[in-house]
Design a protein around this ligand. Structure first.
Ligand SMILES: C[S@@+](CC[C@H](N)C(=O)[O-])C[C@H]1O[C@@H](n2cnc3c(N)ncnc32)[C@H](O)[C@@H]1O
Length: 235
């Protein structure tokens, strides 16, 4: 009997924000994928779900090197895909958990592509999750977009000139992965007169999570990788 591979979104970090479907599948899962080398990032998804897993669950370590070399990355996705495919052929339920939604800035997308292209006969299911930006706007009780407003979502590692252009064109902008570029981003926002239109949310949904609306308060503050910035030009 063939098993099945699941890509499961576990939401932004609070286990209460997991769907009932994800919860059920995780309880039945035989093998949980553990991505290595993004250890302190991807293991966050595992921390969220570890209370739901079978006691005798097996782990499958998948190696995703921190490389910008497309060939190195493709090889790692292919190797991971082959390991998953072998277990699914043995009849195992294999789950790959990701923070937020699995098809929104996640390694899962590459793994999924490998399986679709090379093992189209294997059953695969993707279970959506609550994105970090949806969780942040809910906790802030502030709409992301209303009426005719436009929204851009960008990884803030983009060049600062690209960000300026995007901020000029869109009503609202969500900047993911903003932590390392924060000083430059704050300066840009102030230069553009948007210093009072931004919220930085750090570790939304975690007990130590906080948000800042006065960007001057961020001077000298280290923010986590799990942080994003929302700009609402009309807000
Ligand atoms: C690799 S992306 C994952 C996005 C995720 N798949 C989603 O659906 O939101 C990682 C980025 O998501 C954002 N993020 C994830 N969890 C977060 C949280 N709890 N609070 C704030 N931002 C978060 C941060 O911008 C982080 O750099």
């Amino acid at each position: 009997m063939t098993g099945k591979f699941y890509g499961i979104g576990v939401g932004p970090g609070n286990p209460e924000l997991i769907t009932i479907k994800a919860f059920r599948i995780l309880q039945e899962t035989d093998v949980i994928c553990v991505p290595k080398s993004y250890a302190d990032r991807d293991s966050l998804a595992l921390l969220v779900v570890k209370g739901f897993l079978k006691e005798d669950i097996k782990t499958l370590e998948l190696s995703f090197p921190m490389s910008k070399d497309r060939k190195v990355l493709e090889e790692s996705w292919a190797a991971a895909g082959e390991s998953v495919a072998a277990l699914v052929r043995e009849g195992k339920m294999v789950s790959f958990v990701t923070i937020g939604d699995p098809l929104f800035y996640s390694t899962y997308g590459y793994l999924l592509a490998h399986l679709k292209n090379n093992h189209p006969e294997l059953p695969v299911e993707t279970v959506p999750g609550i994105t970090a930006m949806a969780a942040c706007s809910s906790l802030l009780q502030q709409p992301l977009v209303e009426g005719d407003e436009t929204l851009a979502v960008v990884p803030a590692a983009y060049g600062i000139e690209t960000l300026r252009d995007i901020l000029e064109k869109f009503d609202n902008v969500v900047m993911m992965k903003v932590n390392r570029r924060l000083p430059e981003v704050v300066k840009l926002l102030k230069d553009m007169g948007l210093g009072n239109n931004a919220v930085l949310y750090n570790r939304c949904g975690y007990p130590d999570g906080f948000y800042v609306t006065d960007l001057d308060e961020l001077d000298g503050v280290t923010v986590d990788y799990m942080s994003l910035l929302i700009v609402r030009k009309r807000g």
